[in-house]
Design a protein. Structure first.
Length: 117
């Protein structure tokens, strides 16, 4: 498994299988590095990537540098997001959810409005 910062949300980490990570890494590194936004994404994702292995009890040790940047403390939430997990500080995630719910109508894209959920 590979642990890295979220590409989109500060206060969140991504945990994904190595095979999935390799595709993401290759796509990110294929972006032209002369663009400052590309370099920032490359540093954020690839520069912080750490291979982690579960221990005998299935737990993973989160490196202190990643924990600190994501603000992870005692209570964390792990969300299954298809091909990866997101790891959040519980309070940060609750605040993010409240913010998203209060502006959901404004954020609905054309693609989202076509979904039948």
């Amino acid at each position: 498994m590979v642990l890295t910062y979220s590409a989109f949300d500060s206060g969140s980490l991504w945990l994904q299988p190595e095979q999935t990570w390799e595709r993401v890494r290759d796509d990110v590194m294929a972006l032209p590095s002369f663009n400052p936004n590309h370099r920032s994404l490359q540093r954020r994702l690839v520069g912080s990537a750490t291979v982690v292995e579960p221990d005998g009890s299935g737990r993973i040790l989160l490196p202190p540098s990643l924990r600190q940047v994501a603000g992870l403390e005692k209570r964390v939430v792990m969300l299954g997001m298809g091909n990866r997990f997101e790891i959040w500080n519980e309070n940060t995630l609750n605040a993010k959810r409240a913010e998203e719910e209060s502006s959901l109508d404004e954020q609905t894209s054309a693609e989202m409005s076509r979904l039948v959920l």
